[in-house]
Design a protein around this ligand. Structure first.
Ligand code: ADP
Ligand code: ASP
Ligand code: MG
Length: 407
């Protein structure tokens, strides 16, 4: 007997037939004698609609009331799934995050889980009750509903699994597992059988939305076995494992992309200590994450250009913050460009194999694609390019690193 947390994403619960299908998958685990908790997302498209309604009334994305609105999609699906399970003759009960409770910090719209008191649901699970838990939501220190950021129900599932000391967390989605790149964009993408936590984290943090990056961090922290698989067919999925458990260490395992990027360049900045600190402190104060950063060396030592990227949803706010600093910093101009995308190649084998960057730069050059920014980690190389080249670059790199399926 095992204790399992099963998580179903938006496409898996997108209508009542799909919810009945999920109920059958849950029943199959229960019939094997397992203890089961289920975490669900809202029906696909629902959270987008709720966010659009909220934004149409007021653009206050990080507010308490925004979270009240966007968290409501999960209330519908937990209730429907609990009903579907009861209809199959199983004992099941729905749980909203505050009823468990799942405690978070107070950063509305992007809250972090602080702790989960799973003692009550654990008692019920042990007695054969299926706990159907709303993903994406939590309760803040002021007892207001919070949400964990878009795609956050993966994090709810992994956190709950850690808290319940589950043997496994199965993330059911609309593709068969983690692929060599987004299979909805590149037809020749291949499913990966095993991937290291570190690789999955780099991919998730750089745009591969198949898993929420904080879910991967937590899974690695608790060494929790996580499996990504399809709710729509019965094929084996992808297992996320420790790097040491990988038989084959790929030079490039998978390629992620992100289209939510915007580039900002400050021209003619005074080149003296404290300037970069002032810029990034001001952005941090506005809760704006900065990703790629490049500073050009000034010719005469007096002036320099500084380029960095932010999430495109933060571009206007970032420019506003920098305009406030203009008088103090004395830069000449700000140039911004939201027509850019980031492509990241990831693989633990990069640590020991040279030439990975060369293939990337050669391949993009052959396609006539100009690289605007480059950043690297030990197991990742990212480039920023014009968004009009996304498909071309992804396809060419996928082929160049030998990732295409044979078929
Ligand atoms: P869910 O609603 O089940 O949480 P998501 O839409 O959040 O599903 O994530 C699954 C999607 O992630 C897939 O449909 C696919 O388009 C996208 N994706 C991006 N990169 C990858 C990848 N490397 N492997 C698998 N899917 C990927
Ligand atoms: N429903 C939320 C969203 O669409 C959470 C999730 O799907 O993981 O972002
Ligand atoms: Mg998701």
């Amino acid at each position: 007997m095992a204790r399992i947390v099963m998580k179903f994403g938006g496409t898996s619960v997108s209508n009542t037939d799909r919810i009945k299908n999920v109920a059958r998958l849950v029943k199959a685990e229960v019939d094997l004698g397992n203890e089961v908790a289920v975490v669900v997302s809202a029906m696909s498209g629902t959270t987008d609609q709720l966010a659009a309604w909220s934004n149409a009334v007021a653009q206050l994305q990080r507010s308490e009331e925004y979270d009240i609105v966007v968290s409501s999609g999960e209330q519908i699906t937990v209730g429907l799934l609990a009903l579907a399970l009861q209809n199959l003759g199983l004992k099941a009960r729905s749980w909203l995050a505050w009823q468990i409770p799942i405690y978070t910090d107070c950063v509305h719209g992007n809250a972090r889980i602080i702790s989960i008191d799973s003692s009550i649901i654990l008692k019920e699970i042990v007695q054969g009750q299926i706990a159907v838990v709303a993903g994406f939501q939590g309760i803040g220190p002021n007892k207001r509903i919070t949400t964990l950021g878009r795609g956050g129900s993966d994090t709810s599932a992994v956190a709950l699994a850690a808290s319940l000391q589950a043997d496994r967390c199965d993330i059911y989605t609309d593709v068969e597992g983690v692929y060599t790149t987004d299979p909805h964009l590149i037809a020749k993408a291949r499913k990966i059988d095993f991937i290291a936590y570190e690789e999955m984290l780099e991919l998730a943090s750089h745009g591969a939305k198949v898993l929420h990056s904080r879910a991967v961090i937590m899974a690695a922290l608790y060494a929790l076995p996580v499996q990504v698989l399809s709710s729509l067919d019965k094929k084996p999925g992808t297992l996320i494992v420790k790097e040491g458990g990988l038989v084959e260490k790929q030079v490039v395992t998978s390629i992620a992309y992100s289209t939510n990027e915007a580039k900002v360049t400050l021209i003619g900045l005074t080149d003296c200590p404290g300037v970069a600190a002032a810029i990034f402190e001001s952005l941090a104060k506005a809760a704006i994450n900065v990703d790629m950063i490049v500073q050009n060396v000034s010719q005469n030592g007096d002036f320099t250009d500084l380029t960095f990227t932010v999430n495109s949803s933060n571009l206007n706010l970032a420019c506003k913050m920098l305009n406030v600093l203009k008088k103090d910093l004395g830069y000449v101009d700000i140039i911004s460009n939201a027509m850019v995308c980031k492509i990241s190649v990831v693989g633990v084998g990069m640590r020991s194999q040279p030439g990975v960057a060369k293939i990337m730069f050669h391949t993009l050059a052959k396609c006539g694609i100009n690289i605007q920014l480059i950043t690297t980690s030990e197991i990742r190389i990212s480039v920023l390019i014009s968004s009009k080249y996304l498909d071309l670059a992804l396809q060419a790199l996928h082929t160049a690193y030998g990732l295409d399926t044979d078929g």
